[in-house]
Design a protein around this ligand. Sequence first.
Ligand code: ADP
Ligand code: ADP
Length: 230
Amino acid sequence: MKILEVKNLSKIYGKDETKVVALDNVSFSVKQGEFVAIIGPSGSGKSTLLHILGGVDVPTKGSVIINGTDISTLDETNLAIFRRRQIGLIYQFYNLIPILTVEENLTLPLLLDGRKPNQKIIDSLVKTLGLENRLKHLPSQLSGGQQQRVSIGRALMNNPALMLADEPTGNLDSENTKEIISLLKKFNKENNQTLIVITHDERIALAGDRVIAIEDGRITRDEVKTDEYR
Ligand code: ADP
Ligand code: ADP
């Protein structure tokens, strides 16, 4: 089953002498449970693509269909609801809310959606993420790796169809990088969580099932790994 369909996506910033073609007619689709790494040099269009997939930026042309919904057909209110329920976003610098505790940061997506947190699900997620003894702490009292684990928990809280991560290990040392990669892989393998990760990090690209390379706004390579390399 297709979770994501990207069709003829283009993004042009500026015009005349400031015109930049950030994405140039990009098409691909992602099946449920795939772990896709998107790699490419700086300025190749990776972040632009992720922002459009996450509904935080709009394309100049083309369409994005997530779980059967063309997101361009949603108005602002419905797009916000759709994003909260269907898309989990993970950023390089965590984007946690500094005045809320770890527990409050984790459950915020549910509260915003008017849903009551299911304590069993939260407990199990917190345990997997190793955050049991940090629930009452503020983000500033956590290490970088711990903050990123909170942001992964927050992204998973609404059981999203698609999880999008923009350089999730870009700010972490190699020990924490390994830990975050193995957590992402665990949620991918055990919960069949579909995952798209933008990365410069070869180790993340190796952890994925599929690598899409982008250069100058175009897909130059799209390889699904065979089992013997996993
Ligand atoms: P990457 O994430 O691969 O580094 P980006 O998607 O950030 O690449 O950028 C792709 C191209 O689009 C770059 O040439 C960049 O300068 C340009 N770009 C990105 N955001 C904007 C913007 N808001 N306004 C104008 N140009 C932009
Ligand atoms: P790392 O070695 O991963 O960079 P730190 O040295 O930042 O981690 O933190 C080590 C431990 O101390 C972490 O478990 C973190 O939760 C805890 N810690 C760090 N800063 C604070 C703080 N201001 N208040 C409470 N606990 C903290």
